[in-house]
Ligand binder design. Structure first.
Ligand SMILES: [Zn+2]
Ligand SMILES: [Zn+2]
Length: 389
């Protein structure tokens, strides 16, 4: 077989053009417009690699209108709640029901009392009084979330692994997407997901830990008896990753199987409008999100008006004078908010305190993040506000 040398430069040029991420732009028109609390704007922003550029700034509420959430925790062993990915012995995705909770009991994690009532705690307002509780956080309807998406995505030198509670992106319904919730082994407790793969953050806002429009594929693959009430379409775009690249279900828009996926489960291929651009695909197993992001996120791309949880602002900022949500004092004199911060990172409150150094010490966040095995940004994002600020 012979090759035309003359065609090579053209072929290479085409390959370059096709692979140029600048061809892929997030489109705010692709979102459910009612998700926005205000009209999206294009603002100046700085990417994590220092690139000065422009970003779409979008602001959403605690929950999109009309989205039904839950159930999370079953009331008793006779009820079925949401789902949970158990990472110990017999690892897998489970429906949170009597069979699952009895299995955990057999492994040393007892989530129910002698009458079969499941220990359930709203950790926005109360502290668990048992070693193992199902976490069921109440919503805070006042919360606003502001997110940034680069207008022109930039490829990173190396992909960023997402790990526990990494920022993944935002769904087209305006709901933020995060990677793995902290495991039971990390915190002792189970922040159960509903059957669409979402739950409420300690800050009172709902978020996805899964590609919720492709849960049926996951339940079939993992043999879990559950249904997500949302429309299921493996070929539909679910949202945008925070690097600005689109996130699809496990299939291409035409229903075919994606080919040539990279380690982040993405590739350059024709997407919805036929143009070949970089995009991610959901996986067929749980968690069905990309394991890493190939592009660069914007700095400070996730902030909330909540007084707790990921992306929380300092209380009183922006002229807000609302009282914080009631908070119980943590055990062992932990500063308020530390438990949530630790739980968000998947570490114990003591480990977080140890990593940050003693009181009065100015913490070295980079070193603390390395010690905890999380990104510095994740650490910054969850730290409670210092007192009197
Ligand atoms: Zn979560
Ligand atoms: Zn594809």
């Amino acid at each position: 077989m012979t090759r035309s040398i003359g065609l090579r430069p053209f072929t290479m040029l085409m390959a370059l053009v096709v692979a140029t991420p600048a061809f892929a732009h997030p489109e705010t028109e692709a979102f459910v417009q009612s998700a926005f609390l205000k009209t999206p704007e294009i603002v100046d922003c700085t990417l994590e690699d220092g690139t000065e550029t422009q970003c779409h700034e979008i602001t959403v509420g605690y929950l999109p209108e009309g989205l039904k959430i839950g159930p999370f925790c079953p009331a008793t062993l006779d009820d079925a709640g949401g789902i949970w990915e158990w990472t110990g012995e017999n690892a897998g995705l489970y429906r949170v029901d009597g069979d699952f909770l009895r299995m955990l009991d057999g492994l040393g994690y007892r989530f129910f009392d002698d009458d079969g009532n499941v220990y359930s705690v709203d950790n926005a307002t109360e502290r668990p009084t048992v070693d193992h509780a199902c976490i069921n956080v109440s919503v805070d309807e006042s919360v606003e979330i502001t997110m940034l998406l680069p207008v022109d995505p930039v490829m990173a030198d190396t992909p960023t692994q997402l790990g526990t509670v990494g920022k993944v992106g935002v769904a087209l319904d305006g709901v933020p997407i995060f990677s793995d919730a902290p495991s039971i082994q990390m915190t002792g407790h189970m922040p159960a997901l509903d059957t669409c793969g979402g739950h409420v953050d300690p800050g009172g806002w709902y978020h996805w830990h899964a590609t919720s429009t492709d849960m049926a594929t996951v339940f079939a693959t993992e043999d879990v008896d559950a249904d997500c009430a949302m429309d299921q379409n493996p070929g539909a775009q679910f949202g945008y990753a925070f690097d600005g690249f689109a996130l699809y279900g496990s299939r291409e828009p035409d229903g075919s199987e994606p080919v040539g996926l990279d380690q982040c489960n993405g590739h350059v291929a024709p997407a919805a409008d036929g143009a070949a651009v970089y995009h991610y695909h959901a996986r067929e197993t749980f968690p069905n999100l990309p394991p890493c992001l190939v592009g660069v996120q914007a700095q400070d791309n996730f902030t909330t008006t909540a007084t707790a949880g990921i992306g929380a602002q300092r209380a009183g900022q922006d002229g807000r004078n609302e009282p914080p949500r009631p908070q119980g004092g943590g055990p062992g004199g932990m500063p308020p908010g530390f438990e949530e911060a630790a739980a968000s990172l998947g570490v114990t409150p003591q480990a977080l305190l140890d990593a940050l150094g003693g009181p009065g010490q100015r913490p070295d966040l980079a070193a603390a993040a390395t010690q905890l095995g999380v990104t510095e940004e994740a650490l910054r994002g969850v730290l409670p506000p210092p007192p009197n600020q």
